[in-house]
Write a protein that binds this ligand. Sequence first.
Ligand SMILES: NC(=O)C1=CN([C@@H]2O[C@H](COP(=O)(O)OP(=O)(O)OC[C@H]3O[C@@H](n4cnc5c(N)ncnc54)[C@H](OP(=O)(O)O)[C@@H]3O)[C@@H](O)[C@H]2O)C=CC1
Ligand SMILES: O=C(O)C1=N[C@H](C(=O)O)C[C@H](O)C1
Length: 267
Amino acid sequence: MTERTATETTTAAATSASELRVAVLGARGRMGSEAAQAVRRADGLQLVAELDHEDSLEVLVAADAQVVIDFTVPSVTEHNVRFAVEHGIHCVVGTTGWDHEALDRTRALLARHPGVGVLIAPNFSIGAVLAMRFSAQAARFFESVEIVELHHPDKVDAPSGTAARTAALVGEARRAAGVGPSPDATEQDPDGARGALVDDVRVHSVRLRGLVAHQETLLGSLGEQLTIRHDSFDRVSFMSGVVLGVRQVVSHPGLTHGLDDYLDLGL
Ligand SMILES: NC(=O)C1=CN([C@@H]2O[C@H](COP(=O)(O)OP(=O)(O)OC[C@H]3O[C@@H](n4cnc5c(N)ncnc54)[C@H](OP(=O)(O)O)[C@@H]3O)[C@@H](O)[C@H]2O)C=CC1
Ligand SMILES: O=C(O)C1=N[C@H](C(=O)O)C[C@H](O)C1
């Protein structure tokens, strides 16, 4: 958005002081535009700025945003979060690309800014959150586990953040239970047909026109298979999680990784 528009939204926002003032980064993107719409429709939230590629992060400060939602690209999301935290703005982050080092740097940053909350959620849909949990729970009971993620072809990263997180949770659960890696006799794979190895778990990425976001965890033992599949057919599936995240992040200082901690899953 232009600076003039940002000022206009700021002025309009000043009339409802009790509402949570929310800004969206990546607002012209597939997820950012949907998130801006969800904020506009949500009770108690007020959309005060919509920023995209060419906009200065200073607009967040000018708009007096309390929470920023980030759906941008992996290469800039950590920088955006650092700016927000340093200005006392809570963050709800859906952008992928957060490795262990980036998470650790953000924890260290937040330790210097007590009171600020950052939620980094690989997936905001309840079905995907549950599928990740179920995959981790089932992982130790099967000899083999592999993950297949399937997305629209405009996605810039592979494997998906959800698949990487699922693999990490599955790998952690298997290690904790003393279960070794899935058996695999492959000796020759010059073209990478066996997929990526993430935390000792094979992850396969499909990019296909017509798809939105889908994932299968395949678990196999002698004579049986369990498939845990989740499908997002529409980006609206992520929006109740995004709105929940915005409402909760202000009372959850520090770093929260995954929406699970804000939900009572009863698991
Ligand atoms: N956690 C979850 O539940 C979900 C996460 N995602 C993740 O969200 C991210 C965005 O996905 P999607 O919306 O499909 O991608 P899009 O490419 O549609 O949107 C990204 C937007 O960010 C903009 N952008 C790029 N750089 C900056 C910057 N420095 N500052 C502000 N805006 C910037 C882009 O602008 P321009 O095009 O001009 O470069 C674009 O408008 C991805 O990492 C994706 O994996 C997606 C769905 C669900
Ligand atoms: O880019 C997407 O579309 C999605 N990205 C996230 C990911 O990488 O896991 C979440 C969901 O799969 C959609």
